[in-house]
Each structure stands twice: as structure tokens, then as C-alpha cells.
Design a binder for this molecule. Structure first.
Ligand code: GTP
Length: 202
């Protein structure tokens, strides 16, 4: 039996090419993969971290951004404890699609899911979306907000660690059932986490 006290499912969504896979690889393997191909369907990785001396296992689901995989990826929203919605700060269309992603989240995710908006690729010099525009959008939609660079490892560790801390705090308050690793929460119970209405601590 593996030794961990909490297991949380974190799902990344967002347009193709925004860097979801690179964020996951950076966090779980500490690398920025060269020539990363598009994700087909859904992929997942595990990383166990320690928060306040307790082991927290993060099961991180990396979904394909391409439209043709949408029906597969939607089925992963429901049991997510946290959803990371990613856009590329150097690519306006990826930001313009955020309302469409929010509609998907409204439709398929638990309405109490922890939501985080992430503007990735801060290392790029051709920024199109100013930081405050991303921040405003997140605030208006009750989401946490962070800008990251998977390439330069900026804020990536922080992103996942703050999610782990937040989910653990909520789990302690609400006594989330321990997730058994299957797609649905155990005992058929729908887990309920947080009200998703504040901003990531800075
Ligand atoms: N400059 C820069 N490039 C990045 C960063 N993160 C990812 N990329 C590049 O962006 C491209 C797409 O990265 P992926 O991680 O495959 O994007 P994705 O969102 O997983 O794409 P799909 O799997 O198609 O949904 C790759 O060429 C990466 O090298 C970053 O932080 N900075």
C-alpha cells in the first residue's frame, strides 16, 4: 500500500500548443522536452509532494487541446479536484478562447472545482496579453491566477505546490474522501472543494 495521506486529481485544459504537456513535464520530471508532440487524447503523470509534513499525491491529467479530442477530454473534468486552464501569453487566440473553455468547465466539471488560470510562456518577448488582462479575467471568473514559463521553470513548482496546499486545506476542512485512483470518486460521492473565489497567495 502506497504511503500518502491525500490524493488529488489535477486536470490541465486549454488550446493546443499553449504548453500544458511542458508544464506537467517540468513539474514532474524537471525538464523542458525538446520537440514535444501534440497530446493524443489524455495523458497522466503522478508526483508526490510534501505539505506540512504530510504526503500529498498529485495525479496530473494532461488533456489534448485539439478540438477533435474534446469528447474524450470532457469526461475527465467531472472528478477533478483542480482544473488548470492554460493560455499562451504570446498568442491572443488562445486567450480569446477562454470563454469557450469556461463554458466546457461549467458544463462538465464539479461546480466547486478549484480553478486556476495560467498564462504560460512568460520567457517569450512577443507578449500579446498583458499580465493585468489575464489577472482581470481570472478575478471576474473566480479563478486563481499565475503566469508561468515551462521553459525557464518560472512559477511551475509554485503552481502545483499552491494547488496541493489549497486542496489539502480544503480537504482537512471538508474531509474529502480519499480518492482511489479510478476515474470516479470513491463510494459514488462527488467531492466538493472550495469556493474557487480568491487569488493565489503571493
Ligand atoms: N518559449 C516557450 N515555449 C514553450 C513553453 N511551454 C511550451 N512551449 C512550446 O510550445 C509548444 C507546445 O507545447 P506543448 O506542451 O506540447 O503544448 P500543449 O498545450 O500540451 O499542446 P497539445 O498537446 O496539442 O494540447 C512546444 O513547441 C513547446 O516547446 C514555454 O514556457 N516557453
Amino acid at each position: 500500500m502506497e504511503d500518502y495521506k491525500f490524493l488529488f486529481k489535477v486536470v490541465l485544459v486549454g488550446n493546443a500548443g499553449v504548453g500544458k504537456t511542458c508544464l506537467v513535464r517540468r513539474f514532474t520530471q524537471g525538464l523542458f522536452p525538446p520537440g514535444q508532440g501534440a497530446t493524443i487524447g489524455v495523458d497522466f503523470m503522478i508526483k508526490t509532494v510534501e505539505v506540512d509534513g504530510e504526503k500529498v499525491k498529485l495525479q496530473i491529467w494532461d488533456t489534448a487541446g485539439q478540438e477533435r479530442f474534446r469528447s474524450i477530454t470532457q469526461s475527465y473534468y467531472r472528478s477533478a479536484h483542480a482544473l488548470i486552464l492554460v493560455y499562451d501569453i504570446s498568442c491572443q487566440p488562445t486567450f480569446d478562447c477562454l470563454p469557450d473553455w469556461l463554458r466546457e468547465i461549467e458544463e462538465y466539471a464539479n461546480n466547486k472545482v478549484l480553478r486556476i488560470l495560467v498564462g504560460n510562456k512568460t520567457d517569450r518577448e512577443d507578449r500579446e496579453i498583458p499580465r493585468h488582462i489575464g489577472e482581470d479575467f481570472a478575478q471576474r471568473h473566480g479563478m486563481y491566477f499565475l503566469e508561468t514559463s515551462a521553459k525557464e521553470a518560472e512559477n511551475v513548482e509554485r503552481l502545483f505546490m499552491e494547488i496541493a496546499v489549497e486542496l489539502m486545506e480544503q480537504a482537512k476542512c471538508k474531509e474529502l474522501p480519499k480518492y482511489d485512483g479510478s476515474l470516479g470518486p470513491i463510494n459514488g460521492k462527488t467531492t466538493s472543494v472550495g469556493d474557487g473565489s480568491c487569488c493565489l497567495r503571493s
